[in-house]
Write a protein that binds this ligand. Structure first.
Ligand SMILES: O=C(O)C(=O)C[C@]1(C(=O)O)C=C[C@@H](O)C=C1
Length: 270
């Protein structure tokens, strides 16, 4: 299956995408990946959603609220960062903003004077290090295997030993599934009153459905107006799920509820 994900080759997204297909194409932006799947240009896309240290990948959440796509699989993979450079002396550390944040403590302790540069992906930061001796990249250590230009200066530099990122495999809406142990929704209530969030979540408690994540993102329309991303442990094939969503739709009658789909989780360990 043809899959599009964040490139260049060697990103963590690339590693996750290999679980979906072996014909992999790369893009430099998450939004353009979601766009390419929504318009049917690609069968599948793989985007990072959330990291155990740094939290949400906000560009991905906003793209899921903006475009109509289905989530068909969740992929969880360990993220163990290495520092790669041509030698021990450099001025700039380049990586994805998530990776820089996940290694904040290490960078402050070991390289307090280095300039931090956020680039499109970890693998892009490593590519910069390959061509410029004043730059070090943070990424998966296997990125050093590409030739002999790069040294692995340090491994496992993320702030916590156990670091993992959760990805969604996305598909055109016609591939949306009701089967699977988890479901994701995006809710825009277009309302604001005391107790609104409590009311939106109550139908899930009433149906004994365990929520695994609730994230609010600004709607972009006005300050204090939010879109909610809700994940839970039940499938859209279950009547309790449909009952909870029906109630949610009544509460969000001035806005909308988007069912991203039901899916199962796959753990990719290398
Ligand atoms: O830059 C990469 O390697 C990516 O695949 C992106 C990304 C992210 O968006 O969080 C994926 C996993 C890690 O958390 C760091 C970066």
């Amino acid at each position: 299956m043809a899959v599009i994900t964040l490139g260049p080759e060697g990103t963590y997204s690339h590693r996750a995408a290999r679980a979906i297909g072996d014909e992999i194409e790369f893009s430099q932006s998450v939004t353009s990946i979601v766009d390419a799947v929504a318009t049917g240009e690609h069968d599948r896309g793989v985007i990072a959603i959330e990291n155990s240290i740094e939290g949400s990948v906000t560009e991905s959440l906003d793209a899921l609220a903006e475009y109509d796509v289905a989530v068909v699989r969740e992929i969880v993979t360990p993220v163990r960062h290495a520092l790669l450079a041509q030698g021990p002396t450099f001025e700039t550390v380049a990586s994805h903003s998530q990776a820089l944040a996940q290694c904040r403590t290490y960078l402050e302790r070991e390289y307090p004077d280095a300039a931090l540069e956020a680039v499109a992906s970890t693998a892009q930061g490593v590519d910069f290090a390959r061509t410029d001796a004043s730059v070090a990249g943070i990424g998966h250590p296997a990125n050093a295997d590409d030739g002999d230009e790069l040294e692995v200066l340090a491994e496992d530099i993320q702030d916590q030993d156990s670091n993992s990122t959760r990805f969604f495999a996305i598909a055109p809406t016609e591939d949306r599934s009701t089967g699977g142990g988890k479901t994701s929704l995006v809710v825009y209530p277009n309302a604001n009153y005391p107790g609104l969030l409590l009311e939106l979540l109550e139908p899930f408690a009433d149906q004994d459905i365990n929520l695994t994540r609730v994230e609010s993102r600004p709607s972009g329309r006005r300050l204090g107006d939010y879109v909610f991303h809700v994940d839970f442990e039940a499938g859209l094939y279950e009547s309790r799920t449909n009952e909870a969503i029906e109630e949610l739709e009544e509460l969000a009658e001035n806005g909308w509820v988007r069912r991203l789909g039901s899916y199962d989780t796959e753990h990719v360990v290398d």
